[in-house]
Design a protein around this ligand. Sequence first.
Ligand SMILES: Nc1nc2c(ncn2[C@@H]2O[C@H](COP(=O)(O)OP(=O)(O)OP(=O)(O)O)[C@@H](O)[C@H]2O)c(=O)[nH]1
Length: 316
Amino acid sequence: MAEKTEGHGAPDYRAGFAVLVGRPNAGKSTLTNALVGQKVAITSAKPQTTRHTIRGIVHREDGQLILVDTPGLHRPRTLLGQRLNDLVAETLSEVDAIGFCIPANERIGPGDKYIANQLAAVPRKPIVALVTKADLVDRAQLTEQLLAVDALGREVLGGEGWADVVPVSGQDGYQVSTVADVLIGHMPPSPPLYPDGELTDEPEAVMVAELIREAALEGVRDELPHSLAVVVEEIVPREGRSEDNPLLDVRVNLFVERPSQKAIIIGKGGARLREVGTAARRGIEALLGTRIYLDLHVKVAKDWQRDPKQLGRLGF
Ligand SMILES: Nc1nc2c(ncn2[C@@H]2O[C@H](COP(=O)(O)OP(=O)(O)OP(=O)(O)O)[C@@H](O)[C@H]2O)c(=O)[nH]1
């Protein structure tokens, strides 16, 4: 565990969880990457796979913003015509603020309205409307969209509508720090929840976790839809190896919610876990350019993903 850095003890320090929602292609991943300052969301050939529960952590002098993923809500294609499921509702109710992404360059459509109405059902939560891709429109169009988004907020939420409306471009960086300011402003006063420079928000660890997650879900995606968290505990060089023959020890915990899911991951006599390890190891060795020893542990952490605050205890 890293020590708290200076400034983090400030009395006005804020920390908490936020989620970016919005219809597909609204610019959530691009904005997440811009906020976090490094590429965390790995582009996948498979569209709209749910990635990480924690998508990134914004560390600042005055606060910390933990961006979490909401399985499902950013996939209205599967949710349209269906009630917002309890899981999504619970995740939304447990974050401290919601950023609702609406592109500047497209008319507000049924997908946006659907999500807006779902958000309106979440009680007393600051919802910040983020008008994304602002670089694609001129000032007049941007103003028009800001007004339309504001009107949507008043319509679905009543009263003053959204807590804030902020135009932003994740692509060219316009107003990205303002978005961080506004979201952190909605976080509760709290000491930092994660040490700065945590391994899990480093690109390599994120990619390693992603490779393992993909391998572990292969063929059992239906049984384990959103119930798997992969935490890379450490990546350390094996001592006593020569420079031209290095080996990295990669120690990883896989968290599932139920013992039955643990059994699925491990397989009969551990056979499936060995396959997962072999498949993931190839990808990780290619990624890191060195041989690795992969140590996988499967653990049950009940209802971990329903409780973002519990994630800290999972070692994120
Ligand atoms: N010009 C411009 N393009 C953007 C911006 N943000 C995102 N895009 C583009 O819009 C597309 C979708 O962006 P993503 O960030 O992947 O959107 P998303 O909301 O995460 O999409 P899903 O994963 O499908 O939900 C990509 O082609 C991006 O390059 C922006 O600020 N400006």
